[in-house]
Design a protein around this ligand. Sequence first.
Ligand SMILES: [Zn+2]
Ligand SMILES: [Zn+2]
Length: 305
Amino acid sequence: MIPYATAAEAEAALGRAMTWAEAAWFRYSAATPDYCLYCHNVVILLVVYTLAPLPLALLELRAPPKLTSPYKVQPRVRLTAPEFLRCYKDTARVLLLTVGALQLVSYPAVKMVGIRTGLPLPSVGEAAAQLLVYFLVEDYLGYWFHRLLHTAWGYDKIHRVHHEYAAPIGYAAPYAHWAEVLILGVPAFAGPAMVPCHMTTFWLWFVLRHVEAVDTHSGFAFPFNPTKFIPFYGGAEYHDYHHYVGRQSQSNFASVFTFCDYIYGTDKGYRYHKQAASLAKMKKDMAMYNNEKGRLAAFDGWKQD
Ligand SMILES: [Zn+2]
Ligand SMILES: [Zn+2]
């Protein structure tokens, strides 16, 4: 809720005219209590959860497998439409119950850390810097929380649910035990608690965080994915390996970047796997080359005869 009755009052307090974004925010939020603005988060989360994985889900279900297989990380695993739907319904229910319940009680914490709703709106540079901090903090803390979830107790009691998908799909990104959804909320909230932001940045953070999780669980590794330009970004192939190995996995715990796994030596299995895969491909290419060479030599010999 903005403490000005009119746009003129707001501009007088700002000492300048409002930008179009600030005017739009003023119109939208002036009469809305901060608590309601905060509760938008759960709606935004459900909308993003429903829409972000949809294009790739449709691609997997509708496109001919020979078209999509080259881009699938595990091309032999293909889920059916009812399996997609079951994942969606189960996850949406857990999200609604846990994140929804959390929204009802966590508002005092949001107020306490200083998430603001007023004017001015943050500049693009300010929001981008804050989002970068949030990604780094979330990645670091999420790495350690994830490692704890791979202890025998953590895995059996909680984390095994998330690993039910050995070949993940976008809709399985937040598919987890309700306790894991709450536990992983801590690294996600830690950044905004350390560097408080505007409510709009707070919303954007959860949207981007979720879109990133959908991307890393998509099961597709496209060579033209723009995330390839983000330094140290893990991506789908990186996290897919963690799901592929499952319970025994001691590799690729980080949720966003690759440097935590590199620093703490938990990417050795993945690097070995990549080396073995490229060696196998090289051998296959060599065999094909030799085959082709033999075939051409035979043909050439036949022509000369
Ligand atoms: Zn795991
Ligand atoms: Zn995962």
